[in-house]
Design a protein around this ligand. Structure first.
Ligand SMILES: Cc1cc2nc3c(=O)[nH]c(=O)nc-3n(C[C@H](O)[C@H](O)[C@H](O)COP(=O)(O)O)c2cc1C
Length: 194
């Protein structure tokens, strides 16, 4: 059984993020290959990166207690789903900072993205993928992009994300790829040469 962490990348009051968060959790209920844990950045109170050394120089050792607690949760996961809005065509600062607040714990684990916004947060997701590569993660191809139509459908017209079949299909494809990569990389991390 894989442990997958769902990182909620918006902390602002009144955030939209809770809608897709619940929809991802709903979709995961029938999946037996992984357990999904929510890591809500609201709960971690991470400071903006303030370590005396860059993580690569410090060999991934963090001194800040909040960052240490965050790192333990990242270490416990076999893979990630990053739920992200798009803020000015990039990841929200809180999510970028969360990536910076751990180091070794990310390595050799897959990450999938669920984005929402005007163009399904496509630019933020691409931004997240480049960050993930530098952190030695494996960003997977399958993603969910909740574009303007379903975003407004939910916010303005009271629709449910579940009523969009193409989004449900994208969610399934994302879970499937995450499981394949999660199992492959879990085995690779356990191998002596890792
Ligand atoms: C600071 C800020 C920047 C934004 N920039 C973008 C953007 O570049 N592209 C986009 O599609 N939406 C953008 N939006 C609109 C967001 O898609 C929308 O507010 C969404 O609800 C944000 O997610 P959240 O409510 O979970 O925080 C921006 C919103 C904020 C607050």
């Amino acid at each position: 059984m894989l442990n997958i962490a769902l990182i909620v990348g918006s902390t602002r009051p009144n955030r939209f993020a809770d809608r897709p968060k619940d929809w991802i959790l709903d979709g995961a209920k029938t999946r037996t290959e992984f357990a999904l844990q929510v890591l809500d950045l609201r709960d971690f109170k991470l400071p903006f990166f303030e370590e005396p050394m860059p993580p690569s120089f410090a060999k991934g050792v963090f001194t800040n207690p909040a960052a240490k607690a965050w790192g333990l949760r990242i270490a416990a996961a076999d893979g990630f789903i990053a739920l992200t809005p798009e803020y000015h065509h990039a990841l929200p600062a809180v999510l970028k900072n969360a990536f910076e607040s751990a180091y070794l714990e990310w390595i050799a684990k897959p990450i999938a993205f669920v984005g929402y916004g005007g163009v399904g947060a496509a630019r933020a997701v691409e931004n997240g993928r480049t960050v993930a590569v530098e952190l030695q993660m494996a960003p997977i191809r399958a993603a969910v992009h909740i574009g303007l139509e379903p975003f407004l459908g939910v916010v303005r017209d009271g629709k449910k994300l579940d009523s969009y079949d193409y989004l449900n299909q994208a969610r399934t494809a994302m879970f499937d790829q995450l499981v394949w990569w999660g199992n492959a990389l879990k085995a690779a991390r356990a191998a002596p040469a890792a």
